[in-house]
Design a binder for this molecule. Structure first.
Ligand code: ATP
Ligand code: MG
Length: 284
């Protein structure tokens, strides 16, 4: 059985649970006090932990797999394998200073105090930039450090920047970008590696579906070749005759990123009655 560590409660929890559920792996994630849950339909047991502890548990083999932010993976420096980027919990680690401070670059922090929960990532960044500063490691509420006189600057996780703003700080330098990743213990047994392959197959199907949409449209039969260039689909589009003479219904798959730019060209080529439908799973 695979043991999979996910965050007990926090910014990674909901999306981690959702990912495994979309992969068809059922488990009870409801009761908040719960520490473990065995899946009813896949040989996996889920462990609900604090995110900081997950890389250590995976390195030690207490858990075989885990989901953490890249920031936590890098900060803990544990020997685990990064299996896959998961595309959620995107954030950045940034330097911020009180709003009135003039900023010319990271050299301004020479000899200054910086509060952070990420001393390793910050330390490496300062070293690369030849800056020597005083790193104050604190575990939470980093953003209040300047206003209580603990530090001149902070290095903290930012997504929208509103927390910094409400504490009178301005973001001046992004030093690290992060998203959720799937990590694995370094020496998985053959059986466990096979289970990981199965999970990865499903995760890729879920991710591919999220990036694509099913598209249906009506067009003159003579326009099919031109429209096909924009929506080639997985192998080729499906073309079905309409009752109206000379018209067909064309079905295909379109990448989310190409959607708006291509939809114009498709309409110009004669398409009408265009429907875009979400895809639940996609296996190439
Ligand atoms: P725990 O109690 O498990 O230690 P925590 O308070 O350390 O939780 P969270 O705030 O839940 O951690 O964040 C977990 C991870 O989610 C972070 O390490 C980071 O990768 C990511 N993250 C943090 N803040 C944001 C945000 N505002 N938007 C998106 N992702 C974020
Ligand atoms: Mg934490």
């Amino acid at each position: 059985m695979l043991r999979i560590a996910i965050q007990k409660s926090g910014r990674l929890s909901d999306d981690s649970i959702k990912l495994f559920k979309e992969c068809g792996i059922q488990f009870d994630s409801s009761s908040s006090g719960k520490l473990k849950s065995i899946s009813a339909n896949f040989p996996a047991e889920f462990l609900f932990l604090r995110d900081d502890d997950i890389p250590g548990y995976v390195e030690d083999g207490v858990a075989d797999l885990g989901i953490v932010g890249e920031n936590v993976y890098t900060e803990t420096g544990r020997e685990v394998t990064v299996v896959h980027k998961l595309g959620f919990s995107k954030c950045r680690l940034s330097l911020a200073v009180p709003r009135g401070t003039q900023w010319n670059g990271v050299q301004d922090l020479q000899g200054r105090g910086i509060a952070t929960s990420y001393p390793r990532i910050l330390g490496n960044y300062l070293k690369e930039n030849g800056v020597e500063a005083d790193i104050h490691e604190i575990s939470g509420s980093v953003e209040i450090a300047p206003s209580i006189g603990l530090a001149d600057a902070v290095c903290d996780i930012v997504s929208s920047g509103s927390t910094l703003l409400s504490n009178g700080l301005k973001e001046v330098e992004v030093i690290y970008r992060s998203e959720a990743i799937l990590i694995a213990a370094p020496n998985l047994s053959e059986e466990k590696a096979l289970l990981l392959d199965k999970i990865m197959f499903r995760i890729k199907a879920v991710q591919a579906a999220q990036n694509h949409k099913y598209i249906l449209l009506n067009c003159p039969a003579a326009s099919v070749n031109e429209i096909m260039q924009y929506i080639p689909g997985m192998k080729a589009p499906t073309v079905l005759p309409l009752v109206t003479e000379g018209w067909v219904s064309l079905h295909s798959v379109i990448n989310e990123n190409d959607f708006w730019s291509n939809i114009e060209k498709i309409r110009e080529a004669g398409a009408e009655g265009i429907l875009i439908i979400p895809i639940e799973k996609m296996i190439r």
